[in-house]
Ligand binder design. Structure first.
Ligand SMILES: Cc1ncc(COP(=O)(O)O)c(C=O)c1O
Length: 369
């Protein structure tokens, strides 16, 4: 018997998360220097200049451990979100916040419910905890919200062992979103003892008027957990920081599971500075609206189908040639994301880039198609 035999079965069955191809790797492979990455839903405008300023100062004392309680960041977030500091749990990215919820609720006797095509990390953390996943069929391609979460199908999967439900709003990789009315009706119907995570990683990008701010429901539903991140519109994915907001009681549990210094010194300072720059966030949102429109128009003009998206990315149907289109784009220095691992092999997910990045994408696609 080897040491690998002793490892947990659920861990051995896990598939590692497959990230977007790094720009440096492609440049090395092709011997070029101007590749662009539209593969990980990052902010093409970078981050606020205030973040850069604060990082120099924050790096003066890297010999010291970070503030384990993230006092200043929580204070700022609490003020901004209209919640109390003791409702906020800091994560090393919102992935970490999702993992903390899973580890607080799931074991081999428990089940988690989420939708087909939902963000991959829900499946990963569920399996890592040894819990069973009950995956609700999503809406079909011809539905009003193609590929979106079918909340009734999710409700129908709730059973005696269900302890946790994951909802992505909007979802990645589909970009589909749920409106305030339907989401609250769903939350209301979920039994009180089941934790509901509403993952709002793309919250700040969403323009749709009926899109909810789930945080308003926290007082009413003590089983609700809302997660958000600094990786998307705030543009500091490289620093790894996100958070969850919940009742103080749930927050207390998550903080027992949390690694003591999961928010590092630079990330804490950067996130704080990022929250102070509303104009950067507004500019990013505006640029995303324009970029998304450019992409939609371009694909529509060529009769290429896509899933309507509320995020900073668009999943586009290239059909059975998707893998070839992906490779051909790589050859032209453009990295997008295949989503065959989401059972969507006909699609490529493309993040909204700057105008010039999108022109590069369109030129490359014209050449390929
Ligand atoms: C829906 C969704 N949730 C959570 C995350 C996690 O992001 P992070 O860990 O960088 O906060 C992502 C990242 O792509 C996402 O798409």
């Amino acid at each position: 018997m080897s040491v690998i035999d002793s490892a947990l079965v659920q861990i051995k069955r896990l598939h590692p998360y497959s990230p977007g191809k790094p720009v440096e790797e492609l440049e090395r492979e092709l011997g070029i220097s101007s590749a662009i990455k539209l593969a990980s839903n990052e902010n093409p405008l970078g981050c606020s200049p205030r973040v850069r300023e604060v990082l120099a100062r924050a790096s003066e004392h890297l010999e010291l451990y970070p503030d384990a309680n993230a006092f200043y960041l929580k204070q700022r977030l609490a003020q901004k979100l209209g919640v109390a500091e003791n409702q906020i749990t800091i994560g090393n990215g919102s992935n970490d916040a999702l993992d903390l919820v899973a580890r607080s609720f799931l074991d081999s006797n428990a089940e988690a419910v989420y939708s087909q095509y939902a963000f991959m990390v829900y499946a990963m953390v569920t399996q890592a905890c040894g819990a069973r996943a009950r995956v609700a069929e999503a809406f079909t391609a011809d539905a009003k919200q193609p590929y979106g979460h079918d909340l009734n199908a999710m409700l129908a999967l709730i059973g005696d062992d269900t302890r946790l439900i994951f909802i992505a709003n909007p979802n990645n990789p589909t970009g589909t979103w749920l409106d305030s009315g339907e989401l609250e009706v769903f939350i209301e119907q979920v039994p009180d003892h089941i934790a509901i995570v509403v993952d709002e990683a793309y919250f700040e990008y969403v323009e749709q008027a009926a899109y909810p701010d789930s945080m308003q429901w926290l007082d009413r539903y003590p089983n609700l957990v809302v997660t958000r991140t600094f990786s998307k519109i705030y543009g500091i994915a490289g620093l790894r920081i996100g958070y969850s907001v919940s009742s103080p009681e749930l927050c207390d549990l998550f903080n027992r599971v949390r690694q003591p210094f999961n928010g590092n010194t630079l990330a804490l300072a950067a996130a704080h500075a990022a929250l102070d720059d509303d104009s950067f966030v507004d500019e990013s949102r505006r640029a995303n609206v324009q970029g998304l429109k450019l992409m939609q128009d371009w694909f529509e003009n060529r009769g290429i189908d896509y899933i309507p998206s509320a995020g900073n990315f668009l999943s586009v149907r290239f059909g059975e040639n998707s893998a070839e289109v992906y490779q051909a784009l790589l050859q032209r220095g453009v990295i997008v994301r295949p989503i065959a691992n989401y059972q969507l092999p006909d699609f490529l997910r493309i993040s909204v880039g700057t105008k010039s990045q999108l022109e590069r994408l369109f030129t490359a696609l014209d050449d390929i198609l």
